[in-house]
Design a protein around this ligand. Structure first.
Ligand SMILES: Cc1cc2nc3c(=O)[nH]c(=O)nc-3n(C[C@H](O)[C@H](O)[C@H](O)COP(=O)(O)OP(=O)(O)OC[C@H]3O[C@@H](n4cnc5c(N)ncnc54)[C@H](O)[C@@H]3O)c2cc1C
Length: 263
């Protein structure tokens, strides 16, 4: 089994601040971390490797310092890492990002055919959950989204069985490999990195792929390949402070609100 996991470097959104003057994200206020959903995707790929054998390759598109998230994945047990980095990729929206990542995966796959691609359900900064499905569509392979359990893999039949999280149930789906999963956090518990993997991560140098390494159409990436653009970014309005009252007063206020709504 050769698995590719897409990992994104994101600012830790629990720490990120919005500059009240410019109304832009102050990225320096937050440390860069691996997107939390993607850690679970790496963990799942490593578990599958331990069960069925094979190799886990991680791939990230981003600036040169995104090497750090690839090293983190090596510490988690991944075997190989690629960074897609080029000025031509800058300004990409989700359509262009999924195009570039699919081209990167196709390039790696020409050398070592890929059986399974894993992504996080969504990135905690962009929050769109569009990139995984976009990659699958570009590669023309099945996509299994919101996966919270891998129930089994049959390498001989080239099949995977997963549970997909629905609102109030889960769905059991079998798909042919190669296919792409986007994973929920509850798919697994993260393991601690082993000392040998941590030592390997320190010395690990990912391979860099630039636009020259991809058989890609320049008009499909960067600003040119992005049909959407962010026209404005602003902080949500501040909530007004709450009122502290007794349970009796609270019930009274809620009843009052309810009767006002009915009028
Ligand atoms: C309308 C719009 C315009 C934008 N314009 C710009 C812009 O001008 N400049 C700019 O820098 N960004 C821009 N972005 C942000 C950029 O498109 C996103 O960061 C990127 O496409 C990923 O989308 P997302 O964060 O919503 O990821 P999601 O779709 O939520 O991510 C799902 C999963 O896809 C994988 N994934 C996502 N991104 C990557 C990545 N880079 N490398 C590896 N795996 C990945 C991960 O596994 C992740 O868990 C724009 C976004 C939007 C919506």
């Amino acid at each position: 089994m050769h698995m590719i996991v897409c990992v994104k470097q994101v600012p830790d959104t629990t720490e990120v601040r919005i500059d009240p003057v410019t109304n832009t994200l102050d990225r320096s206020s937050a440390p860069a971390i691996i997107n939390p959903y993607d850690s679970h995707a790496v963990e799942e790929a490593v578990r599958i490797k331990e069960m069925h054998g094979g190799k886990v390759t991680v791939i990230s598109m981003g600036p040169p310092n995104a090497i750090e998230v690839i090293k983190r994945c090596i510490a988690l047990g991944a075997d190989e890492g690629y960074l897609l980095s080029d000025r031509a990729f800058a300004g990409s929206d989700t359509l262009a990002t999924s195009y570039i990542l699919s081209q990167g995966i196709a390039t790696i796959s020409r050398r070592e055919p890929v059986d399974l691609i894993l992504c996080g359900k969504q990135a905690i900064d962009g929050d769109t959950a569009q990139v995984g499905p976009g990659i699958a569509r570009r590669l023309g392979i099945p996509q299994l989204t919101y996966v919270n359990h891998v129930a089994g893999i049959d390498p001989a039949r080239k099949e995977i069985k997963v549970h997909r999280k629905l609102d109030d149930a889960y769905e059991v789906v079998v798909a042919k490999l190669p296919c792409l999963l986007t994973v929920e956090k509850e798919i697994n518990e993260l393991s601690y990195s082993s000392l040998p993997n941590m030592l390997r991560a320190v010395r690990f140098e990912p391979k860099i792929l630039t636009v020259a390494d991809l058989q890609a159409d320049l008009s499909m990436m960067g600003l040119k390949g992005s049909p959407t653009s962010v026209s404005k970014i602003f902080a949500p309005p501040q909530r007004s402070g709450g009122e502290i009252c007794s349970v009796e007063q609270l019930v009274e206020k809620l009843l009052e609100l309810h009767s006002n709504e009915k009028c």
